[in-house]
Design a protein around this ligand. Structure first.
Ligand SMILES: Nc1ncnc2c1ncn2[C@@H]1O[C@H](COP(=O)(O)OP(=O)(O)OP(=O)(O)O)[C@@H](O)[C@H]1O
Ligand SMILES: [Mg+2]
Length: 462
């Protein structure tokens, strides 16, 4: 594509010569006689380069430069000036001009400077795009994730921000459901309105309806004043229904009605109040399965499952662990106001092997403890809590003896040691060996090991 150049020069002859040279060199050119007209032109469309005379009546080149940069930060500006005002040219560079041309200049000089300025612009844009791309790839706001699954999640989140449809976020505990819900609210058009959280599992069943819909004075024993429900409080904003899978069936029915009609009735009143609330629901249960078992209304499920977001457990996106560790290190350093220890090699590997049942939350807490308790300047394998140190053997730790080994014997030996350490309990022994219960059973038979006799008979060798 042709680069576009805007020329601002009050001298008619010079203006036409410049335009002619640049046109012939293949640029798309527009030439105007004043700063005002240059601004007008920039208002209509952006240009890659502005070539402006410094001394012009009314608005001079410096003012034009500032205004052009303000309107179009990406534009490159080259100023032209007579020898006498090279000083001014220098100050123009300080204001953001890319280069200057001292008059008189010849055709080749002009073309060289213009070309160089345009190249500089391309480079700058490319750099910025790259930076944006990198930033967008590894996080969305505070939500960190680089793996393909999280990229797909980010896509749905981005789409959810701009619309008002119900979002259903599913994922194990600690996978970031509330984090995602907050992002959707605070990145969207409702951010100035309330974000209200209702934990459906934490509120006693008898109170949940009053909590959500409100009540009038005297509606039930203990209701000595009327109260707004969370739907009313969240008006114009977002209601985050956390642990929606734990809601009782009769409350589900009432919730469905509110979602369908957009009106709430306080308990003890028949007055219908219109509410404009965006609902984001979350659960760590398998809602499909709750529907199948009759514990969750299918119609409510369909009503809230408009924009589904499934957050993967940390162990299924373990490639993101180093990124998350870096994120939490930075976050904690900021909070503590000091630098935090680095991680020795091998620590991340040990973390990668762990299953993280509490997901990102567990990782964050583990790191916090490590960083706060560690008094050296690096965290070593030995500093890790027991759960992370299990099975931290590095490949190459067991050296093959010169004369070789009998693999079957080694296997038998380790199985016996595991049984001894677990007191004969197969499940625990299997965990120590990284096997399933069934596989270990099979191997016990294969080696003809009697697990009971191993409890006391064999002691670990080392
Ligand atoms: N992808 C992520 N990037 C950065 N931080 C995360 C991410 N996921 C979770 N966290 C952090 O982990 C912690 C737990 O997240 P959150 O409370 O959103 O989890 P949850 O899914 O709602 O858990 P629960 O089901 O137990 O309520 C928070 O401190 C959150 O900031
Ligand atoms: Mg939560």
């Amino acid at each position: 594509m042709k680069s576009t150049v805007l020329i601002a020069e009050d001298d008619t002859v010079q203006r036409e010569i410049l335009a002619d040279i640049l046109l012939k060199a293949g640029y798309q050119v527009r030439a105007v006689p004043s700063g005002r007209e240059a601004i007008d032109s920039l208002r209509e469309e952006t240009r890659d380069l502005l070539l402006t005379d410094l001394r012009m009546p009314e608005m001079d080149g410096l003012d034009l430069l500032r205004e052009a940069k303000r309107m179009r930060p990406d534009i490159e500006v080259v100023v032209m000036t007579a020898y006498a005002t090279v000083k001014t040219a220098v100050s123009a560079m300080k204001e953001g001009a890319t280069d200057y041309l001292a008059k008189p200049f010849d055709k080749d000089e002009l073309l060289l400077v213009v070309e160089r300025a345009l190249e500089r612009g391309d480079l700058r844009r490319e750099n910025r795009q790259l930076r944006e791309l990198v930033a967008a790839d590894s996080s969305l706001g505070n939500i960190i994730g680089e793996c393909p699954v999280m990229q797909k999640v980010f896509d749905v989140i981005r789409r959810s921000v701009t619309v008002a449809s119900t979002v259903l976020i599913q994922g194990e505990s600690g996978t970031g459901k509330e984090l995602v819900a907050r992002h959707i609210h605070f990145a969207g058009p409702r951010k100035a309105k309330p974000f209200i959280v209702v934990n459906c599992a934490a509120i006693p069943e008898t109170l949940i309806e009053s909590e959500l819909f409100g009540h009038e004075k005297g509606a039930f024993t203990g209701a000595d004043a009327s109260r707004q429900g969370k739907f009313e409080i969240a008006s114009g904003g977002t209601l985050f229904l956390d642990e929606i899978g734990d809601m009782r069936l009769d409350s589900q029915t009432k919730l469905l009605r509110v979602l369908q009609d957009g009106v709430v009735e306080r308990i003890g009143s028949s007055q219908q109040r219109h509410v404009d609330v965006r609902v984001i629901a979350a659960t760590n249960r398998d809602l499909r399965q709750r529907v199948e078992s009759g514990d969750f209304r299918e119609d409510l499920y369909f009503r809230i499952d408009v924009l589904p977001i499934l957050l993967p457990p940390l162990r299924d996106r373990i490639q993101d662990l180093p990124l998350l560790v870096a994120h939490f290190r930075e976050k904690l350093a900021k909070r503590l106001g000091r630098s935090v220890p680095a991680l020795e090699p091998g620590v991340i590997d040990a973390m990668r092997r762990y299953r993280w049942p509490g997901n990102v939350r567990e990782l964050e807490h583990t790191l916090e403890q490590l960083f706060i308790l560690c008094d050296g300047d690096a965290i070593k394998l030995d500093d890790l809590p027991e759960k992370l140190r299990q099975r931290t053997q590095q490949p190459g730790q067991f050296e093959l003896p010169a004369g070789g080994i009998i693999l079957e014997d080694v296997e038998e030996d380790f199985i016996k040691q595991a049984l001894s350490r677990s007191g004969g309990r197969i499940k625990e022994a299997a965990e120590l060996l990284g096997l399933t219960y069934k596989t270990l059973q099979y191997r016990l038979k294969k080696h003809d090991i009697d697990r009971k006799s191993e409890e006391s008979a064999v002691k670990p060798k080392t």
